[in-house]
Design a protein around this ligand. Structure first.
Ligand code: FAQ
Length: 317
């Protein structure tokens, strides 16, 4: 496909690892791809508060409760940085949220699974945040400046989240036989859905090739999935837990772990809205948005009042 001089110049900047900033020229598809990915990412952070939020009232100790509260609050903050970053590309936050609430926008499949026991909170921190970090650390070098900068702070907070999840799992594994069984049960239920977080196989991924060319993505879905498996096997061994995959074994030739095939029918069902908790998550999200309408109105009225009190020069700043 031939490219225009502007597209050629744009690609040369990307190839030279220069950041693209909001006012720079960019191909329309680059802008659309970023809005798609960043808004899906923002929605994931926001919907991602729900499975863990279920356990705030049932956390086993006051200390665990305050840690979980802080973590869930961090996820809200991540969503807000990402919506703000998407706004720098001309997207409207109201439109993005309307698409989420109408069931038109995607968010990570992982948040459509239920949190059945306290061990699931450990498994989410350990596995889900572990996967999120692997995916997001390379995004600190993504080609679009505002997205890359938002990711730096997000990653710092995610590594704390992963440590707290691992620590919950470690405590359960060092506890009674019943507690260890809870940890194993959580790993059994969360392992495969976590592998799905990395997206479809490279040969089925609609966007990877383009996003790699534009350096929005720095690694493909399969590359990151493999890194994740390689990272988690020794951690599971350390905990004394068994990863639920009979095909999992060290491959001396590739120096990576071989692992079984993800159930892609299950993946697409969940992505298309037919997972165990899709309906429940969307209903909870819409309800929270409607219940928060008065807060948004009050904040807007307060901002308008402040602005009316400012001098014309202050209003320009
Ligand atoms: N779930 O061609 P690709 C977190 C969709 S944050 C649902 O491979 P792409 C923090 C994909 O959107 C977790 N949909 O797409 C936390 C596309 O749909 P479209 C979220 C999925 O964009 C922790 C279609 O399939 N992280 O966990 C999924 O190149 C704990 C074709 O796929 C991010 O969003 C999926 N798993 O690669 C919070 C990171 N996978 O738009 C609370 C940024 C794929 O054509 C507690 N995003 N799809 O209709 C990315 O890195 C990429 O967007 C991928 C997908 C890798 C997710």
């Amino acid at each position: 496909m031939s490219s225009t001089p502007s597209e050629h110049q744009f690609q040369a900047r990307i190839d030279a690892d220069q950041r693209i900033e909001p006012k720079d020229w960019m191909p329309e598809d680059y802008r659309k791809t970023l809005i798609r990915q960043m808004s899906q990412h923002a929605h994931s952070e926001i919907v991602g508060m729900l499975p863990e939020g279920n356990w705030i009232t049932r956390a086993p100790t006051l200390k665990r409760k305050s840690i979980l509260l802080a973590k869930v609050q961090d996820e809200a903050g991540h969503g807000l940085y990402l919506y703000s970053a998407a706004e720098t590309l001309g997207a409207s936050r109201d439109d993005l949220l309307a698409d989420l609430h109408a069931g038109k926008a995607k968010y990570s499949s992982i948040f459509n699974y239920p949190t059945l026991s306290w061990a699931d909170i450990g498994a989410i921190g350990w596995l889900v945040d572990g996967a999120a970090i692997l995916n997001q650390v390379p995004l600190c070098r993504t080609s679009y400046g505002p997205y890359a900068r938002a990711m730096v702070r997000v990653c710092k907070e995610e590594s704390f989240h992963q440590r707290q999840g691992f620590e919950i799992m470690q405590t359960l594994c060092n506890g009674s036989a019943e507690q260890k069984a809870m940890a194993q049960d959580a790993l059994n239920r969360w392992w495969w859905p976590t592998l799905m977080m990395f997206g479809p196989r490279d040969d089925e991924s609609a966007h990877t090739a383009r996003s790699m060319q534009w350096r929005i993505k720095r690694f493909t879905n399969d590359e990151l999935r493999q890194k994740f498996v390689d990272m988690m096997v020794p951690q599971a061994e350390f905990l004394g837990l068994t990863i639920p995959d009979e095909a999992l074994r060290w491959n001396e030739a590739t120096r990576h772990y071989d692992f079984g095939e993800v159930d892609w029918d299950e993946f697409w069902n969940v992505v298309q809205g037919r997972g165990p908790c899709n309906r429940e998550r969307l209903d909870a999200r819409v309800q929270a948005h409607e219940a928060g309408a008065w807060v948004r109105e009050a904040a807007l009225a307060h901002a308008a009042k402040r602005k009316a009190r400012q001098t014309p020069t202050e209003q320009m700043v």
